[in-house]
Design a protein around this ligand. Structure first.
Ligand code: ADP
Ligand code: ASP
Ligand code: MG
Length: 406
């Protein structure tokens, strides 16, 4: 008998019929003698709808109210699933973030989990209940509802699995595993049986939405085995796990893209000590994550600084940077939202030379211009014009021979 956490994403709970399908899977796991904790997302499209609704009420909604609104989608799915399970003759109880208690910090819309109270869910499990927890939401120490960022139910599931010391965590979604690239944009993508936490972390940070980045960070820290599987088939999924000796060390194991970034250039900045800190500190104070940064060589004691930020934060950046650039004497600020980032990831890169040059040559062969480059130990990312995103992914996938054979 095991304790299993199962998370179902938006497409898996998109309507009552699909929630019944989810209930059948849960019952199967329970009947096999396991304790089951379920974590649900909102119905597909519901969180987007709620965000639009908030924006129609105010173009700058108060964050506290915004989180309280956009978290309601999950309240609908968990209660419906608990009702269905009860009707099927199983004891099931739904828990919202504050009931469970998923304690977070106060950063609304991107809160981080700081503790999970296991008392109530453990009591419910002991009484034979199926625990059904709302993903994506938490509560701060003053009782305000918080949310964990888009795709945050993955993080709820892994954090709950870690807190309850579950045997493993299953992420059920609309694809049957982690692929060498998004199978919805390239049909030659190949399913991976296993992937290391490190590689998955880089894929997620480079935009592969199949798992939220924070969920992989937690899985790695607490060594939670995570299976990514389809809620519509019984195919074996992908295991996200520690690196082991037998795992193949592919030079490149995946190609990914991120369309949610924007590029900002601060033009003609005096090249003096402290300038970068003056520009980036106010952004980090607002929890804006700056990703790639390039500083050009200085000419006549002036330089240009180019960097990327999440596109959703661009307005906030504009307000902050206009003020700072005046203070530091920059000439202008340019914003470019027509970009995306394509990346290649692989642990084998550590020990192989020439990976970057192969990437650049592959992009050049299709006439794709590279606007920015960044590298880490196991990842190389290039910013390109957004119209080239899919072409860039395909050409890189082919260049590194990642396609499924046959
Ligand atoms: P859910 O609503 O279940 O959380 P998401 O839409 O957040 O589902 O994540 C699943 C999607 O992730 C897939 O439909 C697929 O388009 C996308 N995806 C991106 N990169 C990959 C990849 N490397 N492997 C599998 N899926 C990927
Ligand atoms: N419902 C939330 C979202 O759409 C959380 C999730 O699906 O993981 O982002
Ligand atoms: Mg998701």
């Amino acid at each position: 008998m095991a304790l299993i956490v199962q998370k179902y994403g938006g497409t898996s709970v998109a309507n009552i019929e699909k929630i019944r399908n989810v209930a059948a899977r849960i019952v199967e796991t329970k009947e096999a003698g396991n304790d089951v904790v379920v974590v649900l997302s909102a119905m597909a499209g519901e969180t987007d709808r709620l965000i639009q609704l908030a924006q129609s009420a105010s173009d700058t909604p108060v964050e506290r109210e915004f989180d309280a609104l956009i978290s309601t989608g999950e309240q609908v799915t968990v209660t419906l699933l608990a009702m269905i399970l009860n009707k099927m003759g199983y004891k099931a109880t739904s828990f919202l973030g504050y009931q469970f208690k998923i304690l977070t910090d106060k950063s609304h819309t991107k809160a981080r989990i700081i503790g999970i109270d296991t008392q109530k869910p453990m009591d419910a499990l002991k009484k034979g209940h199926i625990v059904v927890a709302a993903g994506f939401q938490g509560v701060d120490n003053e009782g305000n509802i918080t949310t964990l960022g888009r795709g945050g139910s993955d993080t709820s599931a892994v954090a709950i699995a870690a807190a309850l010391k579950a045997d493993y965590c299953e992420i059920f979604t609309d694809v049957d595993g982690v692929y060498t690239t998004d199978p919805n944009i390239y049909d030659k993508a190949r399913k991976l049986k296993k992937i290391t936490y490190e590689e998955m972390l880089e894929l997620a940070s480079a935009g592969a939405k199949v798992l939220q980045q924070r969920s992989v960070e937690l899985a790695k820290i607490y060594e939670v085995p995570v299976y990514v599987r389809s809620s519509f088939t019984n195919d074996g999924g992908t295991l996200v796990t520690k690196e082991d000796k037998d795992m193949e060390k592919e030079t490149v194991s995946g190609v990914t893209y991120d369309r949610d970034q924007a590029k900002i250039t601060v033009v003609h900045v005096p090249d003096k000590p402290g300038i970068a800190a003056r520009l980036f500190t106010p952004l980090s104070d607002q929890n804006i994550v700056v990703d790639m940064i390039i500083q050009n060589a200085s000419v006549d004691a002036y330089t240009d600084l180019t960097f990327t930020v999440p596109r959703k934060d661009i307005r906030q950046c504009q307000a902050i940077l206009e003020k700072v650039s005046e203070e530091i004497g920059a000439e202008a600020i340019q914003f470019d939202e027509n970009i995306s980032k394509v990346s290649i990831v692989g642990v084998g890169m550590k020990s192989h030379a020439g990976v970057a040059s192969r990437m650049f040559a592959a992009l050049a062969s299709e006439g794709i211009n590279i606007l920015m480059i960044s590298t880490s130990e196991i990842k190389i990312s290039c910013v390109v014009e957004s119209k080239y995103t899919e072409l860039a992914v395909r050409v890189l996938h082919d260049a590194f021979g990642l396609e499924h054979k046959g």
